[in-house]
Design a protein around this ligand. Structure first.
Ligand code: DX5
Ligand code: ZN
Length: 215
């Protein structure tokens, strides 16, 4: 599977977000990862649909919108209208029934539907929902903030998931060239990375190092 790199703009300089996005786009990013937090599901508040709408204007890359919010089913549509191409919800925040109906709605509109699980959430919790997902996003830090250290116990979880799930597996949190190798070897093929990419002097090289980490 081709490795895709998704810079997380949470670590970008928001005073010039357009330039930051153009910078990673020119440097070879495959997706733009957008972290939406509500101060309820996670202890932080970030951006909402109004900002996604402006991000949509400045890039042609797919927008990978990670909803770390309660009631994601209620807000997903607003994020689709704002220009999201991929929507990820958390298994800890939605019932199977809601996941099923949201998946149906989003897929009918050509949106890729992802389900995420926190580091402490076992694969068993997501098994019944896998058929509704186009991809799974495995969190390798506790969601809420950029710049945290990678939690190594997620590596066996990625391996376990890869055995039963043949579509895209995304990993998010603490990704750098070393942890990228661990998760790619375990079976992941989309890597979201914030601080490692946006703090790099050479962004192109940082993206390539993640992409080629397992070569
Ligand atoms: C964490 C977010 C991540 C985060 C990644 O809650 O979902 O996408 O921005 O940032 P780094 O790569 O710095 O861990
Ligand atoms: Zn994220």
């Amino acid at each position: 599977m081709r490795i895709k790199v998704a810079p997380s703009i949470l670590s970008a300089d928001f005073s010039c977000l357009d330039r930051e996005i153009n910078k990673v786009e020119r440097a070879g990013a495959d997706l733009i990862h957008v972290d939406v937090m509500d101060g309820h599901f996670v202890p932080n508040i970030t951006i909402g649909p109004a900002v996604v709408k402006y991000i949509r204007k400045v890039t042609s890359l797919p927008l990978d919108v990670h909803l770390m919010i309660e009631n994601a089913d209620k807000y997903a549509d607003t994020f689709v209208k704002a220009g999201s191409d991929m929507i990820t919800v958390h298994i800890e925040a939605l019932s199977l029934f809601k996941i099923k109906s949201l998946s149906r709605k989003l897929r009918a509109r050509g949106i890729k539907f992802g389900i995420s699980l926190n580091p402490a959430t076992p694969i068993a919790k997501i098994k019944n929902s896998l058929k509704f997902a186009d991809f799974v996003l495995v969190m390798s830090v506790n969601p809420g903030f950029g710049g945290q250290a990678f939690i190594p116990s997620v590596v066996p979880k990625i391996k376990q998931l890869r055995k039963i799930f043949k579509k895209d597996i995304s990993v998010d949190g603490g990704i750098n060239e070393d942890t990228a190798k661990l998760v790619i070897d375990a079976g992941a093929n989309i890597l979201a990375a914030g601080s490692y990419i946006f703090s790099a002097k050479n962004v192109k090289q940082a993206i390539e190092r993640i992409r080629n980490a397992a070569d």
